[in-house]
Design a protein around this ligand. Structure first.
Ligand SMILES: C[S@@+](CC[C@H](N)C(=O)[O-])C[C@H]1O[C@@H](n2cnc3c(N)ncnc32)[C@H](O)[C@@H]1O
Length: 367
């Protein structure tokens, strides 16, 4: 019999007040449904934040404070939802409000002003814009993805490769590039500062998208010459980003197909959220190609939401893997020990894991 059952049985003979006291003092913590409800309804806060980014709440506020009426009218919102919407953002910690009632001023928090105002150089909302426009609806078909093992996005009924289909739309291409850069920027900056680049001179970022990683490494390490390699439609976007940082001398954009073309040779090869896009056979092919492109002593760095070896803790990494099911079908995220095993098979000798921002790590293999 559990302690709780003993307490409950004895409590039958007590009056109401005594019963409550007995339950309060002696009972072990009771299972609490709060977290179940909060998680199950987790799409409420998620969609509120995504809608705020999409509608431009944080960009409209910028450095200013506006009343609810002013902010609602700038955004073209119907009066019915204005107060609930803005006050929910206050309660969730994404807006501040000075005072109460119609004259109260809404303003950005330190975080939303820095990261979700489009005029801030540190804007990271691209990922949330893409989550709002694409992933939010595709995750609505998670059950079907789990039952069929098939992607649930734009390629669901067309059978075309994901990147081919996505990049047919210039808007989706540029939104995807902004999403990737915003999502990984904190990780790239941390890697550039935390990993010891001093023994190396050249880096190639395979699947480098708009060049964000190559740019950060070049900014932090004047000795480094970098190449960012991606599919042809991506090259002009990377060129533009490199030029904006005035780094055209030391960062080059190259294009090709990483399954078909040899990787450019370099001392350091990086794969940012690349391996998780593909099935095991393709993952191993990319790791082998990296090994072949590196000199002795060269290093391969995968920047991903590396899952803990027991697959118990990194919930974000595990959900990222579900996201790969939704987006690519047979792509999946992996643990550090998976990475070590695959890299050992092709000849890498030494390994390291550097935690980056949040749930992301750099899985490192030395040739
Ligand atoms: C998930 S994104 C990761 C982008 C970036 N490395 C990051 O960490 O944010 C995958 C990248 O791989 C590129 N890619 C996909 N298939 C490719 C291929 N066959 N050859 C070259 N690049 C490819 C995509 O264009 C995209 O930029």
């Amino acid at each position: 019999m559990t302690n709780l059952a003993v307490v409950n049985r004895e409590a039958v003979h007590l009056n109401g007040k005594q019963k409550a006291a007995a339950l309060l003092t002696d009972a072990p913590p009771q299972p609490n449904p709060g977290r179940i409800i909060e998680m199950g309804m987790g799409f409420w806060p998620a969609k509120t934040l995504l809608a705020a980014v999409k509608l431009g709440v944080f960009t409209t506020l910028g450095q200013d404070a506006l009343t609810g009426e002013e902010l609602g009218s700038h955004l073209g919102l119907h009066e019915r939802g204005v107060w609930d919407f803005f006050d929910t953002l206050v309660a969730l910690g994404f807006l501040q409000r000075a005072g109460n009632g119609p004259s109260a001023g809404y303003s950005n928090t330190a975080e939303t002003g820095l990261f979700l105002d489009k005029n801030s150089p540190q804007y990271i909302g691209g990922m949330l814009e893409m989550a709002n426009d694409r992933l939010y609806q595709f995750w609505g078909s998670l059950e079907e993805a789990l039952q069929t093992g098939q992607p649930q996005n734009e390629i669901k009924h067309v059978g075309e490769p994901f990147f081919v289909k996505l990049y047919q739309s210039p808007d989706k291409l540029s939104q995807f590039m902004a999403a990737m850069a915003g999502f990984q920027m904190g990780n790239f900056i941390t890697l550039a500062k935390r990993f010891d680049f001093t023994p190396y001179r050249t880096l190639c970022d395979i699947g480098g998208a708009s060049g964000a990683l190559a740019i950060q490494v070049a900014l932090n390490h004047p000795q480094m010459q970098c190449v960012t390699f991606d599919l042809p439609p991506v090259e002009p976007i990377a060129q533009k980003a490199i030029a904006q940082f005035d780094l055209s001398e030391r960062v080059k954009a190259a294009s090709g197909d990483f399954f078909v073309d040899d990787f450019p040779k370099a001392d350091v090869i990086t794969l940012g959220n690349i391996l998780h896009d593909w099935n095991l056979e393709k993952k191993k092919l990319l790791i082998r190609k990296a090994y072949e492109a590196l000199p002795a002593g060269g290093v391969l760095i995968a920047i991903e939401n590396v899952i803990d070896n027991e697959r118990r803790q990194n919930a974000f990494g595990l959900m990222m893997s579900l996201n790969m099911l939704i987006e690519l079908g047979d792509g999946f995220d992996y643990t550090e020990s998976d990475f070590r095993r695959w890299c050992s098979e092709v000849g890498f000798r030494r390994f390291e894991l550097i935690p980056l921002a949040g749930p992301t790590s750099a899985a490192i293999a030395y040739k």
